[in-house]
Design a protein. Structure first.
Length: 112
């Protein structure tokens, strides 16, 4: 078990050990309490031009050596993933959920 604020800010690495982003926040399914997706940030300089993309939590695994999460997701896949914004008012929309599932070829695991 880990506290959510300890996950936020953790680096995400590709299989080659190159950092491809940083976890900004966890997206939790309301009913079950399970983490379904993470908001991963990349790019930018001093907070300007930062991009937010959402990837499935189950595509990440913690790597003690790197003190971060590894994924087989490519940097191109992260960059092409549906965008997420902290004040995203369309997130609860069913079309938004479907967009995420379609992009990641994900199965429905309950409403977000």
């Amino acid at each position: 078990m880990i506290e959510s604020d300890r996950v936020e800010g953790t680096a995400v690495y590709n299989p080659h050990g190159t950092q491809i982003g940083t976890i900004k926040r966890l997206l939790i399914e309301k009913v079950s309490g399970r983490v379904l997706y993470v908001d991963v940030t990349f790019g930018g300089f001093f907070g300007l031009g930062v991009h937010h993309r959402t990837i499935p939590w189950d595509k990440l695994s913690y790597d003690k050596e790197f003190e971060g999460y590894r994924t087989d997701v490519t940097e191109a896949q992260v960059q092409g993933a549906p965008a997420f914004y902290g004040d995203d008012t369309v997130w609860p929309d069913r079309r938004r959920e479907q967009e995420m599932r379609d992009y990641w070829h994900d199965i429905p695991r309950g409403p977000i």
